[in-house]
Design a protein around this ligand. Structure first.
Ligand SMILES: *Cc1c(COP(=O)(O)O)cnc(C)c1O
Length: 588
């Protein structure tokens, strides 16, 4: 093996696709609008690292033919949304296999489009996009795989039936016999019901015994992604019975998938999974408090290093650390790269960002001026406006140190009015505060390419979520790969990635927003701005240690290796693996 992977070679060498990875959204390519934000980017990065390692894995998601929306912002900061249709026909291969799932009393035919994700060594992870837009379906069902997080909760539950139940059946129809099913968030939890049906064969669901249930339990792995209660999918029992039917619904009741009178997809997934994890150490702890009856582990998220490293740093790593793409641990040795080369690579990335901002907005930012980035979903807990708690203080520090530029971006979910209000607030403040010393721009339509430009090109990455609602966060990890330190609230991944003055800075914990914004200002005034403008050599060292310490760890290669070792194949064997040929492979 040419790379230092900790993944068992038996797993790497297996030719059968044995892990089935289910996710409602996957960011496969920049030109496929099949993701909304962090969850989809994580899924895509996971698959990219899986294909780099040659892991036997196949993924299932929905086609989302209308794409996630494109954001438009008017001069006053009002968001409007436009569909972004894409053609699976143009970017995927058609599969012949189909399956039929009863949804709301109607048979819904589901077909699949395959897209192969190719890793650095040429290995492939197939991704199946499920599609209900077929002639024989009722017009109401043909649109079920059109819109990601669109429509009402009836639409969502029908989509989850397509993803979970349809996905499990179509994998069988395609010839797969997965031994591990990984549910990336609760959206795919209904796959467990399909697995139980497959286990029972001709017998009805309600004849399931403890032993049948265990057979499913032994194959399921579940990752929960949010400590925000509204982030956990819930449906009324009326909806469940109407959409999923009597048998499946009463089975879900029987196994404990109903919580406080509602069908709760997190509980369904928890009940059926032998391994459950949160996405950062702190999130594991918070999840154990939310679900005290379950043993919940933690595997901290990462990002795909090759994808989120800017061109100039890719060139630098290729020169100094030639194996970094196959073996991300190599990035640890970025600590030996001369500081001046780090600085040059960053300047190039910053220039690219400044040019892109000019092209998109007509505003020409200055490449020598301290520039901070803040881009993420405009959910209220992310507090995009915390930096503006005391605008006067911001203006004063910009004047005192010789300038400050702040670049914002982020979409609010179409139904999230408070999130939209946050965007409007930031845009209004930007207009009000803009001066020669303080430049604030809000870039519309935050997506993959803009995310890469921003995390690669700014000088500091800012994150100000309300604790403990940031499960992990991954944009700061992208920044670290590009030598961009974070200034952040101690939540999610930053609790683990933070070394004060070495990889960035922590905003002190306070119970009130004023205390936190005060700490944010103090850090900027007393530490960050003086360092940037007065101690360039020390600044370059921080850039370099961000790469060496955080880039080498917070990547999806390390992450998926942890999934393999702890979740998929603990002790190098598949617990209760029902597939003989696989057992033969594993015991070699
Ligand atoms: C990385 C990324 C995210 C997730 O970043 P967070 O830090 O979790 O907000 C969301 N959207 C896009 C477009 C990204 O590239």
């Amino acid at each position: 093996m040419s790379f230092s992977s900790r993944v068992p070679t038996e797993v790497l060498n297996s030719s059968t696709s044995i892990v089935a990875y289910f996710s409602m959204e996957i960011a496969v390519r920049p030109d496929m609008p099949t993701y909304s934000g962090g969850l989809g980017v994580l899924a895509g990065d996971t698959l990219r690292s899986a294909s780099d390692l040659g892991l036997p894995l196949a993924a299932v998601t929905l086609a989302h033919r209308q794409g996630y929306f494109k954001q438009h912002l008017d001069a006053d900061g009002n968001q409007t949304e436009e569909a972004q249709p894409w053609s699976p026909e143009a970017l995927c291969a058609a599969e012949d296999a189909t399956t039929v799932v009863m949804i709301e009393g109607r048979p819904v035919t589901i077909r699949a489009w395959r897209h192969d994700m190719k890793g650095v060594t040429g290995k492939i992870v197939p991704i199946y996009f499920l599609d209900t837009d077929v002639d024989q379906n009722d017009p109401a069902d043909r649109i079920l795989t059109d819109r990601l997080y669109g429509g009402d909760s009836n639409y969502r539950l029908r989509q989850e039936a397509v993803l979970g139940i349809g996905g499990a059946y179509i994998l069988r129809a395609l010839g797969y016999e997965p031994v591990v099913y990984h549910m990336n968030e609760g959206h795919a939890a209904l796959l467990t019901v399909a697995l139980l049906e497959q286990q029972l064969g001709e017998r009805g669901l309600l004849s399931a015994t403890e032993q049948d249930y265990r057979k499913v339990h032994e194959r399921c792995v579940f990752t929960t992604h949010t400590p925000v209660p509204a982030g956990h999918d819930r449906f009324s029992m009326e909806q469940a019975y109407r959409i999923l039917g009597d048998e499946r619904s009463s089975l879900l009741e029987r196994v404990g998938g109903v919580h406080e009178g509602l069908l709760n997809m997190t509980y369904v997934a928890l009940r059926f999974s032998r391994f459950v994890n949160g996405v950062a150490m702190q999130h594991g702890k918070v999840s154990r408090e939310m679900f005290p009856d379950y043993a919940i582990d933690a595997i901290t998220n990462g990002v795909h290093a090759g994808t989120w490293t800017s061109q100039p740093f890719q060139g630098l790593f290729d020169k100094h650390l030639p194996r970094w793409r196959q073996d991300n641990v190599t990035l640890r040795y970025a600590i030996d790269i001369p500081e001046v080369e780090i600085e040059q690579a960053h300047s190039q990335a910053k220039q690219t960002l400044v040019d892109a901002v000019a092209q998109r907005t007509g505003v020409r930012l200055d490449t020598e001026t301290f520039t901070m980035g803040f881009a993420r979903r405009a959910a209220t807990y992310k507090r995009a406006d915390l930096l503006f708690t005391d605008p006067q203080r911001l203006i004063e520090m910009a004047h005192k140190f010789g300038g400050m530029q702040i670049i914002y971006s982020g979409k609010a979910h179409p139904a999230d009015d408070p999130g939209k209000a946050k965007i409007k607030h930031v845009i209004e403040l930007a207009k009000e505060l803009n001066s020669d010393a303080l430049r604030i721009v809000y870039l519309e339509n935050y997506e993959w390419e803009l995310g890469a430009l921003l995390t690669g090109g700014v000088d500091v990455w800012l994150n100000t979520p309300k604790r403990p609602y940031e499960a992990s966060g991954t944009s700061g990890m992208k920044a670290a790969l590009n030598g961009v330190p974070s200034l952040s609230i101690l939540d999610g991944w930053w609790i683990e990635g933070w070394i004060e003055g070495v990889t960035g800075w922590a905003i002190d914990d306070h119970d009130d927003e004023t205390g936190e914004s005060n700490s944010l200002y103090e850090h900027l005034e007393q530490v960050v701005l003086p360092l940037y403008y007065e101690q360039p050599q020390q600044w370059r060292r921080i850039m370099r240690s961000s790469i060496a310490l955080n880039g080498s760890f917070f990547n999806t290669q390390r992450m998926i290796e942890q999934y393999v070792l702890n979740a998929y194949f603990p002790e190098k064997r598949v617990i209760g693996a029902p597939v003989e040929s696989l057992e033969a492979v594993m015991s070699r």
